[in-house]
Design a protein around this ligand. Sequence first.
Ligand SMILES: NC(=O)c1ccc[n+]([C@@H]2O[C@H](COP(=O)([O-])OP(=O)(O)OC[C@H]3O[C@@H](n4cnc5c(N)ncnc54)[C@H](OP(=O)(O)O)[C@@H]3O)[C@@H](O)[C@H]2O)c1
Length: 338
Amino acid sequence: MDDDIKRRRIGEFSVAPIGLGCMSLSYAYGTPPDPEAAQALLGRALDLGVDHFDTAALYGYGANEELLAPVIKPHRKKIVLASKCGIFRNADGVREINGRPAVLKKTCEDSLRRLGTEVIDLYYLHRWDKQVPIEESVGALADLLKQGKIRSIGLSEVSADTLRKAYAEHPIAAVQSEYSLWTRNPEIRVLAECRKLGVAFVAFSPLARGFLTGKLRDVTTLAAKDIRRQMPRFEPDNYAANLALLDEFSEIAATAGCSMAQLALAWLLTRGDHVLPLIGTTRMDHLEENLGTAQVALSTQTLSRLDALINQRTVHGARYVASTQAEVDTETFEEVRT
Ligand SMILES: NC(=O)c1ccc[n+]([C@@H]2O[C@H](COP(=O)([O-])OP(=O)(O)OC[C@H]3O[C@@H](n4cnc5c(N)ncnc54)[C@H](OP(=O)(O)O)[C@@H]3O)[C@@H](O)[C@H]2O)c1
């Protein structure tokens, strides 16, 4: 990334505007790359100036943190390393959301060991466990901070109300939630709340899990275990209707002189200085393309066209099925309308 692009803040840290999420290097979208290829991609990201890396205990149930460890070790002091607790594989081998203090503290110890580091710069509660008051989970993270095991606290997929309650317990450095042209939920409240409190907003799935790149045309070819198969927007009928939006989107990209992926990221970078897109890719060429967004400037007119073209009224299909929606605390447009 160019040195001259404006850096953005996450709590006490200053980072390049676009960070790298490492989830798909271990799971989520079909078969992940082999570890050597994944580590080569991480190395290339470092060469290109990426200094914010995001992982989680959940990703590959620890394998993703182990993958990162040797690559980041020589650069440890120059990067912001983020990981997450609160979703893990329990003793029965089942994925569990659990925000109890003892569980979070144990997960942190495991992550520190796997990451081969003494401290995690940004440690997120991956999901608010609705069985546990948010203050209790954040209190556990505050204890970890006092012990020097983490440097700052983040929350993922929380509402503005939950953020406020958490912040009253301990300052929060970042909220991480899905945000892109096709997922506007943060615009309901939490984005403004973050700005008010001085909290960074880390936007995950900024390319709509591939949709906004224009390259994913046929969702019937997705692997059986690909998590997009569980998402209503990727069901073939909804997806076909969504693809129709990309004709004009691709025209706008051509006029702006950039790729569709870059257009989607450039739009996101205009949503506030506190917004930091978190990209995810398994491919070197996609990494380079996405980081090239720094060169793209969009006119006010282009931004208005994009806003009108792809938004919660024009996209077909819900973000999540009901059971997954119940796991998150993010505000929905349906709730606001009622
Ligand atoms: N907190 C949470 O609950 C949560 C949830 C989801 C994700 N996240 C974080 O956010 C990160 C990013 O999420 P994401 O992976 O869903 O992001 P994304 O960038 O929206 O989507 C990634 C998908 O887009 C494809 N892609 C990326 N760049 C492309 C390009 N230039 N051209 C064509 N296809 C492209 C990737 O395929 P290729 O591999 O082929 O490039 C992959 O299938 C994750 O790694 C994770 O750290 C957090």
